[in-house]
Write a protein that binds this ligand. Structure first.
Ligand code: SAM
Length: 221
């Protein structure tokens, strides 16, 4: 994290450098994806005292013991959903609302669920300020999914689960893609699950570090 050098920051320039150096240079070149990251003001999703670091190549604390993920990881997870623009997607773990804002630029409708109502209401306010009317924020246990809005062509889970929550598999549309961090004994693996009728394929993408998923299909205390 850089030290704040001056009071004013050129956030548009910092954002552009983030897209070039952290996302495109690491191999993600989809123009729609890059445009979404260029247009979402990440600094509005982090606490005011950390805005100077909003475009750093790292996760940041957002309060209440939670974090906003590293930009590249958000980009990687989003790219794996292969969104075309007309999908309904589900996000579990709204946190700051940043990932939801990115999804809002790439899909038709975004349903995002946050366990902590303080984070949910703050995220909802930022998303409303940005005029992202296709995002619906709910407070609750996202490990149960959101059955009334299912099926989803894409599901992204931003907290690490002990195993893939069964309700999320059930709520995935045929051909739909589910991306989530899963705990192993020693570390977490980012996994991509794709539904083919009643069958699912699983692909391990990379190792990651996320906060634990809570709720019924989350970590048991
Ligand atoms: N995607 C977020 C963003 O863009 O800021 C980052 C999410 S943060 C890494 C993980 C979030 O998942 C936390 O805000 C946490 O409260 C939330 N969470 C954990 N378990 C959950 C559950 N069962 N349902 C909904 N949210 C959950």
């Amino acid at each position: 994290m850089k030290e704040p050098a001056a009071k004013s920051f050129d956030f548009a320039l910092e954002r552009h450098l983030m897209v070039e150096e952290q996302i495109a240079r690491r191999g993600l070149h989809n123009p729609r994806l890059l445009a979404a990251f260029e247009s979402v003001p990440r600094h509005l999703f982090v606490p005011e005292e950390l805005r100077y670091a909003a475009y750093d190549d790292s996760a940041l604390p957002i309060g209440f013991g939670q974090t906003i993920s590293q930009p590249y990881i958000v980009a990687l997870m989003t790219s794996l959903l292969e969104l075309q623009g007309d999908e309904r997607v589900l996000e579990v773990g709204t946190g700051s609302g940043y990932q939801a804002a990115i999804l809002a630029h790439l899909a038709r409708e975004v349903f995002t669920i946050e366990f902590d109502n303080r984070l949910a209401s703050r995220a909802e306010e930022v998303l409303r300020t940005l005029g992202l009317a296709n995002v619906h924020v709910f407070t609750g246990d996202g490990s149960l999914g959101w059955p009334v809005a299912a099926p989803f062509m894409g599901i992204v889970v931003s907290a690490a689960a002990p195993q893939v929550p069964k309700p999320l598999m059930e709520q995935l549309a045929d051909g739909g893609r589910l991306i989530l961090p899963v705990n192993t004994l020693r570390h977490q693996l980012l996994e991509l699950w794709i539904r083919h009728g009643e069958h699912f394929s699983r692909q391990v993408i990379t190792s990651v570090k996320f906060v634990p998923l809570r709720g019924e299909y989350g970590r048991k205390k």
